[in-house]
Structures are given as C-alpha cells and as structure tokens.
Design a protein around this ligand. Structure first.
Ligand code: FAD
Length: 619
C-alpha cells in the first residue's frame, strides 16, 4: 500500500470523463464560474478519448433554427417516435433548444463544416444530421476544455464517488488511480459531473478470439457513467433500453450516410424488400407504431432479425447503384475515412468493391448508452421552466444525489443527443452545478481520510490478490485463488448474452432467464472480490469489469421489471411478446440500496409535454 502515493485535490467542479459531454461541461463551468476551481479527470487522454476519438463524419443533432429548418418540438416528436413513446421530453427539448449554439461554436473553433453550395447553409445528410470533415473533432473540443479547466488529469480512472459525511445523500468528490504511475488520487469536490460514456462489452460481441475488441461501440467505454452513480444509490431510468445497431458486417461501418445521402437501400439474399414482408407480423406485436414515420429504428431491426431467422440472409445494402455516380462513390468511401477506417480495410480484405458487390449488413450485440438511439441512464432533474414536478428537484441535470450531475451517455430518458447534444448537455449540467455552488448548497462538505483510505485499499486489492495468487498458478493463467479481468469479462458477457437477450438467443429473453441471469451475476459479483491484476493496465481492466458488472445487474433488473416487449429489434421478452401501452406506457426507474445491494424498481409517468402544450394552446 505504501508504494501508492496519495494526491489530494480540492475543487469546486469535478468533471469525470473528458469526452463530448465532459469537454462541454468543463468549458461551460468556466463561463459561469469564473473564480471556481474546475478539474476534469479522464481515463485516457482527452485529445483522443471517448466515442469520438477517431473522429466523425456527421454531427447528428443540429436543428438549423436560424434557417427555420427544424424546431426543438420537431426533435422531441422525432425522438419520442423513435423510442416508441418513452422519452423525457423536458430533457430532449432543453437539449434541442440549445444545441445549435454549440454547433456554431464548433464552427468558430475551426471544425471544418461542409456547406451546401447552393444555399450556403450547412450541408444536410438527413433531417437532423450535418456533414463535417471531422477527423479532428475531438482535439478541437478538447482544446476548449483545456483552456477552461484549472487542470486536466489524463490517465486517471475514477473508480468510486465520495460521499459527504456531514449531510446525507450529498456528493463529496471522487477517487481513482493513475494508470501510468499507480498513484492514488483523491478529488474532494463540491459538485461532480459524471460524463464517463456508455457501456460496450457487457454483452458478448460477435467478434471473439482474435477479433475481440472489434465492436461498433468503443471498447474502452465500460459503463463507469452508470456504475459510479448506481454505487452511491442514484436512481436510474430505462436501463432495459439497450441499443442494437444495423451496420456493415465485421467493420461496423456506419450506414447513416449510405441511407440518407447516397439513398442506398437494403434487400435480402433474393433481392427482395424484406421489410414489407414483416409488416403484418410487426403490427400484431406493436400496433400502430409500425405505421409511424420514420419507422422506429428498433422495428427496422426487427424485420432484419426476423428475416435472418427465417433464412432470408445474408441481408445486403444495395450500393452498386449509387456507387456508379463518382461523387457518391467518393462520399461513400470518405464516410469511413473520417470515422471507421477499419470498414474499408475489411472490404479490401474480402474483395468487396461496393461499386460491383452489395456489402453484407449485420445487427450488432447490444450496448447501453444514453445519447444515441436509446436512452438508458441516470434519472435527472429537468429544467425549471419545462419539467413537471415529478421531473424537477432544483437543478437541471442533477441526479437524485445532491451535487451529483450528469451529461451525455450518463443521462437517461433523452435519446438522440449524439455528439453535439452531449456537449450541449454537458454545458447545461455545468451551468446548474455552478448555480448549486453559488446557492451555497455545497457548504461544509466533510470527507474523512478514512473514507478515502478504505477506497484506496479496495482499489489496489487486485494487485495484492495477484501477487499472492500467482504462486498458485497451475498452468498458464489458471489459478484456484484468483480470476483475471479477461476471464471475468468473458463470463459476464456469456451471462448477458445467453440470459439477458444477446445475440446467442436472437435478442430473446424471459422472466425465468432473467432470474437465472441475476443469480449468475450475483455469483460473479462475489467472485470479482478475487479478481487479480498483474500490472496497472490489468488493474484498470479489473475496475472496468467491476463497473460493467454493476451496470449489467441494473440492465437485467430493469429488463425483468418491464413486462412487455416495448422495443422489438432491441430485445424481446418471450413471455410478454407484445407492446402493452395499457400497463407499460411509462418510464422505469430503479435504485440500488448501497448498503444492501438490492434494487427496487418503480413506474414513473411519461409526460408528453410538447403535444400537451400545443393542445392547451389550441383550446
Ligand atoms: C460508434 C459510434 C458512432 C457515432 N457516430 C456519431 C456521429 O456520426 N455523429 C454524432 O453526432 N454522434 C455520433 N455518435 C455519438 C457520440 O459519439 C456520443 O453521443 C458522444 O460521444 C457521447 O458523449 P459522452 O461524453 O457521454 O461519451 P464519450 O464521448 O464516449 O466520453 C466519455 C469519456 O469518459 C471517459 N471515461 C470513461 N470512464 C471513465 C472513468 N472511470 N474515469 C475517467 N474517465 C472515464 C472516456 O475515456 C471518455 O473520454 C457515435 C457514437 C458511437 C459509439
């Protein structure tokens, strides 16, 4: 223990995770809190961290209000439709009304935006997306954060949140360790903004063995955004709402620009439009939702999955028509260069030239995230002027723990934020966090050395476990007295895959399978006390695994609670195959008791604010 030096840092605003939301939060905290001490702590290096590390080719959320292209209400309707009715409209509206200003700043900061030559406006890829040359997107937003923060700490993984010992349910900061030096870091903070991204690799990926790590979602996104708040008893929402993506096979290359800009379309192996074939069957399951426009993402997945089960695969993207146009051909390839170079390499290795061969598509393993076409995450307060009483407790984007805020993938109920919306939500959370401090809600916070020392022991325990247990290795990495992070991860992934609706069962689960999954997850939790780490990198893996395991428990509890199939194509409850608006037109909210580890769940009303307001205005 003595070998791990302890560093203390006291600050006002602590931002955990320097991705899109974290950089937005760090930037905005400085704007409102000129004299405050602002610290951002990042597991990797903020210049190239998070889901946008490699760059993007489109900003997926831009209203274009200055040109009357879309209004926030339109975006709320869009997200509500895509999520089969289940969104926090107050949060979505709040993000949408501010997102354009964020994008205009990106433009000012030098992000190369594509322009429509005829109109001079940003070049639209679809109704919400605008196209960028986005290889350097992340370094550009990182620069804004670096100029705003008192200090950015790279290579520190936050493992636990600290709680105030003076006032119940109030945050006190966070602790973690430096993955290069092995030092222990204590951040005592008046407010904490968790912006640590979503969760990949909790379900077994399609690519295993030599291909492990090749997933759609960034493999380093390990669910800290969920595990950190869950561990301190913050409420979570919609954690059952995992995302499954339709993507180009093996490289997970994005399909958005292909559908929207290149106007490519899908077909089954016989060249048929298979989506039509599944219309009646889908209508049986979800009723009128199948007639909504645009068709909700999960329902398009549903047709894909059913067609594949029925033997109609492989499903293909018809590129051979669009690629005859040299401009579209260029766009098709460039789309990967700024974002997913690997897809081009996969096609090259498989002799696929999309001009002559229609490439294959696949549906991915499920991921958990709050900013894309799903909305798992923390249950947060909305803005004062929009939120109904049940959704409002004083500070925008504050979780149910005082002084703890969230943004981006962390925040549940507000889908379709994407990169620009996550940055925007970081800004909103930071503004509220500064107000919380200015309102003197963060006075006299007490964090004792004992609390920190206990965490220090827990954090470095896997190193000690390995040191002793390595002497009992019987061969390779096999030891009766420890498990390695990779062994634990693979066990977790199989449990989630086989019991909670992964690819092994074509996304199918039921109450009995979930019950069994929960039992197995509980045993895994017990065994993770014996996880061993041979070096600091493995120590990070050990803590990533623990965060993934806790996130998985929450996902499984939520999936068990919602007794309907709300999003066919994302997952199926075989014992409740139909969408059930009579009983389940509501949001699900959970809380894990930090003392007992037991989850309790409740239904919370979903308020359709946008159309209600319009109805009121009309009457
Ligand atoms: C494959 C993919 C493609 C996408 N394509 C687009 C697109 O084309 N257009 C678009 O607008 N949006 C796109 N998005 C969405 C966009 O990337 C996300 O909405 C956005 O990055 C979410 O922001 P965030 O800050 O919540 O998470 P991230 O940006 O992922 O940031 C999370 C940060 O937290 C750090 N972190 C994690 N755990 C810890 C810890 N324990 N301690 C300290 N730091 C930690 C991570 O290293 C990371 O830097 C895409 C997302 C994915 C996954």
């Amino acid at each position: 223990m003595a070998s791990h030096k302890t560093h203390y840092e006291d600050c006002d605003v602590l931002v955990v995770g320097g991705g899109m939301a974290g950089t937005g939060a760090t930037f905005e905290a400085r704007h409102w809190g000129r004299d405050l001490k602002i610290i951002c702590v990042e597991k990797a290096n903020i210049d190239r961290s998070g889901a946008v590390a490699q760059g993007l080719y489109a900003i997926n959320c831009y209203m274009g209000m200055q040109w009357g292209e879309n209004q926030p209400e339109d975006h709320v309707r869009y997200a509500r439709n895509d999520l089969m009715g289940m969104v926090r409209e107050d949060l979505g509206y709040d993000m949408a009304r501010h997102v354009d200003s964020t994008v205009h700043m990106f433009d000012e900061w030098g992000l190369p935006m594509m322009k429509n030559e005829k109109t001079g406006r940003y070049l639209r890829e679809g109704k919400w997306q605008i196209m960028i040359h986005g290889e350097s997107y992340k370094p550009i937003v990182a620069e804004a954060a670096k100029k705003s923060a008192d200090k950015i700490y790279n290579r520190i993984m936050i493992t636990h949140l600290l709680m105030d010992e003076e006032k119940e349910n109030r945050i006190g900061g966070a602790v973690g360790f430096n993955m290069r030096t092995g030092d222990f870091h204590v951040f005592r903070a008046k407010t904490v903004i968790v912006a640590a991204g979503g969760a990949s690799h909790i379900f077994k990926p399609r690519a295993v063995g030599e291909g492990m790590g090749r997933t759609w979602y960034a493999p380093w996104s390990n669910g800290s955004a969920y595990a950190l708040p869950i561990a301190v008893g913050a409420k979570m929402t919609q954690m059952e709402n995992r995302i499954v993506l339709c993507r180009f096979k093996d490289g997970y290359g994005p399909v958005g620009a292909y559908f929207l800009h290149l106007k490519t379309y899908t077909q089954n192996a016989n060249g048929e439009n298979y989506e039509k074939k599944w219309y009646n069957q889908t209508k049986e399951l979800v009723g009128d939702y199948i007639d909504h426009h645009p068709t909700p993402t999960c329902l398009r997945n549903h047709a894909f999955i059913q067609e594949t089960i029925a033997g109609g695969g492989p499903i293909q993207m018809v590129t051979t028509e669009a690629f005859q146009d040299p401009h579209l051909e260029t766009v098709g390839w460039e789309n990967f260069l700024g974002m997913t170079v690997g897809q081009a390499v996969v096609w090259a290795s498989q002799n696929i030239d999309p001009k002559y061969t229609n490439p294959e598509l696949t549906t991915s393993e499920p991921y958990v995230m709050g900013s894309h076409a799903t909305c798992s995450g923390a249950w947060v307060s909305g803005p004062e002027d929009l939120s109904p009483p049940e959704y409002f407790w004083g500070y925008n984007r504050m979780l149910t723990v005082d002084g703890l805020f969230g943004a981006g993938d962390t925040v549940g109920g507000s889908a379709h934020k994407f990169s620009s919306g996550s940055f925007t939500e970081g800004r909103l959370a930071a503004k509220a966090a500064v107000k919380y401090i200015q309102d003197q809600k963060a006075e006299d916070i007490k964090v004792t050395d004992k609390q920190c020392d206990d965490f220090k022991k827990a954090i470095f325990k896997p190193l000690e476990t390995y040191q002793v247990a390595q002497n009992e290795i019987t061969g390779g990495t096999v030891s009766p007295s420890y498990i390695s992070p990779i062994q634990g991860l693979q066990r977790l992934q199989r449990i989630m895959d086989e019991y909670v609706g992964g690819i092994a069962t074509n996304y199918m689960t039921n109450g009995n399978m979930l019950k069994r999954g929960l039992e197995l997850l509980a045993w895994l939790e017990e065994d993770l006390e014996k996880v061993g780490a041979e070096d600091l990198h493995q120590l990070m893996r050990a803590w990533e695994l623990k965060h993934r395991a806790l996130t998985s428990q929450c996902v499984t509890e939520h999936t068990m609670f919602r007794e309907e199939t709300r999003w066919p194509g994302y997952y199926y409850r075989g014992d409740h195959m139909k969408l059930d608006d009579d009983n389940w037109h509501c949001l699900t909210v959970s809380r894990r008791d930090p003392k007992t580890g037991k989850f309790s769940l409740e239904k919370v009303p979903v308020y359709h604010i946008v159309d209600e307001n319009e109805k009121k205005k009309a009457s």
